[in-house]
Design a binder for this molecule. Sequence first.
Ligand SMILES: Cc1cc2nc3c(=O)[nH]c(=O)nc-3n(C[C@H](O)[C@H](O)[C@H](O)COP(=O)(O)OP(=O)(O)OC[C@H]3O[C@@H](n4cnc5c(N)ncnc54)[C@H](O)[C@@H]3O)c2cc1C
Length: 547
Amino acid sequence: MNDALTIMDRPRTANSTGFDAIIIGAGISGIFMLYRLRELGMTARVFETGSDVGGTWYWNRYPGARFDSESWTYGYSFSKELMQEWDWKEHFSPQPDTLEYLNHVADKFDLRRDMQFHSTVTAAHWDDTANQWIVTLESGEQARSRFLCTAVGILSAHTMPAIPGAESFLGPAYHPARWPHTPVDFSGKRVGIIGTGATAIQAIPEIAKQAKQLTVFQRRPNWAAPLHNSKISKDEMLAIKARYDEIYAHCASTPMWFIHQADPRKTLDVPPDEREAFWERLYAEPGFGIWLGNFRDIGVNEAANAAISEFIARKIRQRVKNPQVAEKLIPKDHGFGSRRVPLESGYFEAFNRDNVLLVDTLHDEPIERITSRGILTSKQEHECDILIYATGFDGVTGAFDRIDIRGANGVRLKDAWAESPRTYLGMLAEGFPNMLMVLGPHTARGNIPQAIEHSVDFQAGILSFMQEHGYTCVETRSEHVSEWTETVIKAAEKLLSSKVDSWQTGVNRNVKGRSVRRVLGYNGHGVYFRQKTDEVAKGGYQEFAFR
Ligand SMILES: Cc1cc2nc3c(=O)[nH]c(=O)nc-3n(C[C@H](O)[C@H](O)[C@H](O)COP(=O)(O)OP(=O)(O)OC[C@H]3O[C@@H](n4cnc5c(N)ncnc54)[C@H](O)[C@@H]3O)c2cc1C
């Protein structure tokens, strides 16, 4: 059957009391949530800040932007027809191709007619009496709905550098997550980039090829390993299509829903030369194998982690010609893999170029301010024609915090989560009836589209259950929220990543109040998470309260 036709004629306009559901965000989450809601015969409206679909892949148009999930594990799997008709061009798809894919999905299922762009949601208040959400847009426009579906993204609330003087810079300045829709021409330009996180690691080699001078302002280096991207030939794509069921079933069996599975051995049980050969092989392979397919204890055992960190450090020393620059690029404050590992294509070699300068702003030259002409450090003014603020995102809870969300009794979500989010499975938050969260805090993430599909399907199951039983309101039960919160915190306890500042532990020095580590995701095994959600569904969702 043609998947597109089965949902074409569902009701789509609000009735006199509002929509059945309002979805915030038109990225991968919002697109799929809308699709499922239509299948359930519900009226829905998506509000999106951007001018079109795509979320991450709509906004992040900087040079070098691509994902480090294998493309053929990143697409939606809900429609076999869609899987079979789409050809991924590269093993790790660049941003333009991914955006094209998401546009194709929106067109194929005729989803845009329920989407309203240029529409930022500023507030969402639960009306206890009407059992409805009242949603307010930046324009002042309001809409009501029975359900509020947050599909706001874990990396969508971009943050600017907390450095004085940004407004005085006379040249163009860009944040990678608000990149212009037409290419930026760097030729003959002196470019300054602040930050050396995942985005900068992708952008620097590309910008260095064009710019007259690229000055990289680094506060703390990040570990990175080679991506080894390549084109997908027609035959290869055909072979992938023939194996899709197997590939997705395999991903569902791994801890983070990638193709990679940890090696069952412990690092220090393996003789050094064998260990070295294993790491050499992983380092030469495409994708996250060096991180997720490594010995099983590199993320929990300090000595094992020190050994792999030393291996990667050696690689950096081999690839960067100037030993002093190499040392500056080697992280000393966290071990390999204790932050999400950015995968790179020529990042370290970029520092061998005559037109690239690394400025260590932590030890050598702290930034004092941004001036009209560039960046003033404790030592000198670095003149720049273009500035790039690669300063990342207020991860996981940032996009929620930017909306005035109030639940039962007018409680603000931001206040309720000030110390720690309290959710059940990261799907519903305590005290916020009928608010379904895709990628809410404390949910399982990993290979994100797979997490999104799982989460949306679970939530569609709740909605279908409610339709069947005539319920109009769903809430969490406190004892189950406590149990889940404890599970999440326990799963994070033994991980080295929990002892490191990163967006995943909620630390962002550019955001006021974001200096204390929090557990923001479920870091247990993906298979356990699937089992848990399946049990809840099979048991008739008794962990939730319905009326
Ligand atoms: C550069 C980059 C590379 C990445 N690479 C990978 C990868 O390799 N593998 C992987 O699994 N994940 C990757 N991710 C994570 C990526 O965000 C997810 O894979 C996925 O795109 C998330 O989809 P989403 O729909 O949940 O969120 P998003 O794509 O972030 O979409 C959320 C949307 O909500 C909108 N929104 C938010 N707040 C409001 C509001 N108040 N009002 C209206 N609209 C609002 C935003 O404008 C945005 O369009 C990457 C992220 C970035 C930034």
